[in-house]
Design a protein around this ligand. Sequence first.
Ligand code: SF4
Ligand code: SF4
Length: 459
Amino acid sequence: MTYTPPKNAPPRIHVLAKPSGATCNLACSYCFFLDKELLYPNSKFRMSDEVLENYIKQLIESHQTPQVTVAWQGGEPTLMGLDFFRKAIALQEKYRKPGMTFENTIQTNGTLLNDEWGEFLKENNFLVGISIDGTERLHNAHRVDKGGKGTFNRVMRGLKILQKYGVEFNVLVAVNRVNADYPLEIYKFFRDEVKVDWLQFIPVIERVNPDGYNIYNVGDSVTPRSVRPEQFGRFLIQIFDEWILNDVGKMFVQTFEATARNWMGMPSSGMCVFEETCGLGLAMEHNGDLYSCDHFVEPDYLLGNIQDMHMMDMVMLEKQIEFGMDKRDGLPKYCQECEVRFACKGECPKNRFLTTPSGEAGLNYLCVGWKAFFHRVNNPLKALVAVMRSGRPVEEVMGIVAQAEAGFQDAFNEADADDPCPCESGLIFKQCHGWAPPKRRKKSKANTKSKMRPPVGRS
Ligand code: SF4
Ligand code: SF4
């Protein structure tokens, strides 16, 4: 029987499917997906053919747009093997509506990629996200295998496969307390040595739960691996400074693209964390269980199973609609009155576990960092918007900003450590442009696997 979405259904949704659940061949020490295995005791964590077929069918039925994104994630999705993905492509053909096109995306740690994968990914136009945390010592600080060995060389081998076959890919950097101190080293490494032109930065924020497991997000403490809020802000600011003077139109940094869209007043930034509401980006486990979001794969946010109920009907459940609206409706007054709320929107609800200066709950852990970043980029992005609106090439903004900020260096030279930073980030100078990266550690001491969690990694 043909399924017809309810009249008020959204035209499209985004589902992150985890065909191998949370399982992974690596054991990155900050991986928050690790404990998700505990949600499915005794499971083999492999999506069955029945679930796969139902998933593709329902995903297509849920779309009233001609383009459908089929997103694969983990754990490590390549553990499913190529045949699984060949079946997925065949099913997309089987259920394709007239005029419909598919974009398959896959987030991987890259270590299992070989020539056969390269050919397949290219042939089927996959967009690949490959997780690399920077140069060798920065990457290996946390991204290790189950024996505790660094994975940098294996990941870079995978990246070379993607380059060899001309597969479209972007690099995802998990910004943690170690690599966040080396923003320019990371940026220049990818730009100049690896020749990557698309970067995505996601902050590592691991909550410490009283029971030591992360099935539920509770409490307001974070692990020592988690990036500090002002550190994250500075990380973005330092890369932005380099980008806005040298790389506009050449390098694509997801956060900058999304922020520029917000400064342009576009209806969507393209990043869910900067949207007003949530609810249309879901996560599906290997057995067909559908959750409110990838960041809320927790028992309380389980909507149902696609074998029992159509996924679009689950999207339309009151529970899911409330989940989505809560992002806007649960904003503390402090955020409501914030001058950069139009861009930040209180960021992801998963990170809203602090209290505001007046004691109201629901302030985002990264607030200080986001605020600093948005304040710093305000003037350069206004210049960018002006260039774009006038129809001139975006690259022109680099000269304009260079001229406008020519006096910055003098101001930096004169600033005292505890003065407000002249860049207007709102951070004090020693935390912002007066900050210098710590001397390189001979051997990172951060390669400490969690003592409280079994070893399973995330891509
Ligand atoms: S909960 Fe966070 S990750 Fe999920 S859709 Fe909302 S903002 Fe995005
Ligand atoms: S910057 Fe801070 S106060 Fe402003 S909206 Fe974001 S989280 Fe709220």
